[in-house]
Each structure stands twice: as C-alpha cells, then as structure tokens.
Ligand binder design. Structure first.
Ligand code: PLP
Length: 364
C-alpha cells in the first residue's frame, strides 16, 4: 500500500525490523543507554537544548500534558485555532477548567500576529497561548512562529506549540524562536509507528509547572516525573520499548540525511503534490503562501463523492488517502507527504489519485 495519509506514515523496513529486537529490561542499563541516545537525537531534530520528555502515548497525550503541566483551573488561556487540532486544545483547556479565549480562523487561513496581539490585549489575564504549527486538518502551516514568542512573552504568557505534524519534516527552531513547550508525535515525519509523543520544556515552562503544582492534579503526564526519571535513564511508567528501538534507528536515518536535506525534500515534494493536484483542476484549501509541506488538502469538486474516490484508490490502486475531519468531512480530501517517501512514491500517489477521480466520474 502507498500510505498517502498525514500519519501514520510509512515505517521503513529497517526501522520496523529494529522494533522487532529482543525485549530488554526498561529499568536496566540497555534502556538507559537507549533513552539517552534517542533523547539526544530528538533534541537535535527539535534544535533545542531544553529538556525533552518522550511519553508513551499518541500526540493527543502530549497535548493533554501541556494543559495539565502548564495551566491550572481558572487560569486564562488563548487558543489560536486554524482547524480541528487547534479545536482540540480548546477542548482540553475547557475540560481542565481553564478560562478560554478561542480565536478561530476560516478554513485554509493561517493565524495572524496582529489578531493574536489584539486577543492578548483584550484579556491581560491570559497566561498561556496554544497554537498549532501545522494544521493537519486543513494543510496549512502557520508562518507566525518565529515572531510569536516575543509577542507572547511581552504579555508575560507562555507559548505552547503543537508541532506534531511539522517537527521532523518542516523546520521548527525551538531555541532560536524561544518556544516554551513544543509537542510532536512518532507516527508523523519521525518514520516510527504510532505510540510515542515528545514534549520540550524550557525554564519558563518549568517555572509555570512549579507555580501550578498545588492547583492542577497531574500524574501519568507529569513532565517533571519524566524529567526526574530520565536523569536515571528511565521513564516513570513502563515505556513502549519496541518503539524506542524504532526511534533509535529512525533517528540514525534522519541525522544521516541531515535536517536541511529533510526539510528540502519535504518542500520539493510538497510543491510537486500541489502542482500535481492543481494540474488535475482541483483547488487547494490552503491560502496561497501558507500551504503545508507535509499534507495537502483540496476541495472535492461538485458531484464527486470523496468516500468513493478513497475507496477506489484503496481497492484498485493500493493507495490510501484521507478524507476531511470535523466540519470538512465529505467536503475535502487530504494527501499526506511526510516522513519516509521518495518522489516516485509521490508520483505514484498522484497517478492513483487522478485515476480514482476519473473512475468516480470526475471530468476536469
Ligand atoms: C497537528 C496535530 N495535532 C494533534 C494530533 C493528534 O495526535 P494523535 O492522533 O497522535 O493523538 C495530530 C494527529 O493527526 C495532528 O496532526
């Protein structure tokens, strides 16, 4: 199967094989060496010297960890949402008793710095800003990150970034951009099976963790417990050891390619997908200039049933595409292009898409 969804992504054979290695004691010396190595590798990809926790959970667990570690009930938060995954942060803030300001954008739009500043000015009590770097539901990469932290910090707030579908594929300069908390997940550009999630934490965020320790209950996702355990080469709870084996191998492959090479490959392939899809007469969801290099969302033309296209693509052309999420269900389709992929895989994906559309009755 050609897995052209925006995660889980193709796991290279050597990474899958690494995951099949003999089990080890997660409280023993082999695991201590393994987690020291993977943490160092993950930090390189994050471009950070901050602490980084590796949790056994999907990306949403990392999102929940950000809310339980750095906010408290009654504390004001701003969620900048450009789609479904931004909405998830809003849901989490509400569930954990925060006071929420939600700034929503039209589908396909990126966030705007002036509007974020206006929201911060409107409520000086906002202490945390949550934003999605790459919105997987709409195929938009927010361009505001390099300048956002300065704005957020000037308002004495903390910045939490969901980089789940960007980090390891699209550049995220955690330290240079002064991002307080950055989240990612193994099943995206990292080329690892689903089940590991990452969170980087800087000094500002640790201070917030201490400030909210008495007012916010936290346990499984307590990042301090993760940091303390890591100091002795462990995780607080039994980790998905086999996924750490996979991550170790995947990092070796990623660092051999080099970050610049990875970002350039994703950009080139992103452009190839955009050109290919536009060439079929289809319209992209993302505004011009903010299209994602990991996932492309496009509108379904009048009279074309997206479920039929994805069924034909899967059954006849062994290619898996994603549909829309939330209110975009039935209106769009999404083509994933992140992680382990060659230009040939992508060309095959574009060919399959074209044929499936034609079989479903689409005439450009
Ligand atoms: C941007 C973004 N945020 C959050 C998530 C949620 O991660 P998970 O499905 O691993 O819980 C995803 C997964 O698709 C995502 O793409």
């Amino acid at each position: 199967m050609n897995l052209r969804i925006p995660g889980p992504t193709t796991v290279p054979a050597e990474v899958a094989q690494a995951g099949a290695a003999e089990m080890i004691n997660h409280r023993g010396p082999e695991f201590a060496a393994l987690i020291a190595r993977t943490t160092e590798g993950v930090k390189k990809v994050y471009q950070t010297s901050n602490d980084v926790a590796t949790m056994t959970s999907s990306g949403s667990g990392a999102m929940e960890s950000a809310v339980v570690n750095f906010t408290a009930p009654g504390m004001h938060s701003l969620v900048v949402s450009i789609g479904n995954f931004g909405n998830r942060f809003a849901e989490l803030v509400n569930i954990y008793g925060g006071v929420l300001t939600k700034q929503e954008y039209e589908d396909g739009q990126a966030a705007n710095l002036d509007q974020i500043e206006a929201a911060l000015k409107a409520d000086p009590e906002i202490r945390t800003v949550f934003i999605t770097h790459n919105e997987t539901s709409t195929g938009v990469t927010n361009p505001v990150l390099p300048d956002l932290a300065a704005l957020v910090h000037a308002h004495d707030a903390l910045l939490v970034v969901d980089a789940i579908s960007s980090l390891s594929s699209i550049e995220v300069k955690t330290d240079e951009w002064d991002l307080d908390v950055v989240l990612s997940g193994s099943q995206k550009g990292w080329m690892v099976a689903p089940g590991l999630a990452f969170a980087s934490v800087n000094e500002r965020a640790w201070a917030r963790h201490a400030e909210t320790a008495d007012t916010q209950p936290r346990f499984y996702f307590d990042l301090k417990r993760h940091a303390d355990s890591l100091a002795s080469g462990q995780t607080p709870w039994t980790p998905a050891v086999s996924l750490f084996f996979q991550l170790d191998k995947a990092l070796e492959i990623m660092l051999a390619e080099g970050l610049e090479g990875i970002f350039a490959r994703h950009h080139k392939i992103g452009q190839m997908v955009r050109d290919g899809i536009r060439g079929m007469g289809l319209e992209l969801l993302a505004d011009e200039g903010v299209e994602s290099d990991t996932v492309t969302a496009f509108w379904l033309p009048e009279g074309v049933n997206g479920s039929e296209v994805t069924k034909i693509a899967r059954e006849k052309y062994q290619t898996v595409f994603a549909g829309g999420q939330g209110k975009l269900r039935g209106k769009i389709m999404r083509f994933g292009h992140l992680g382990a992929m060659s230009e040939a895989d992508i060309q095959a994906g574009l060919d399959a898409l074209q044929k499936a559309f034609a079989d479903a009755g689409y005439k450009p």
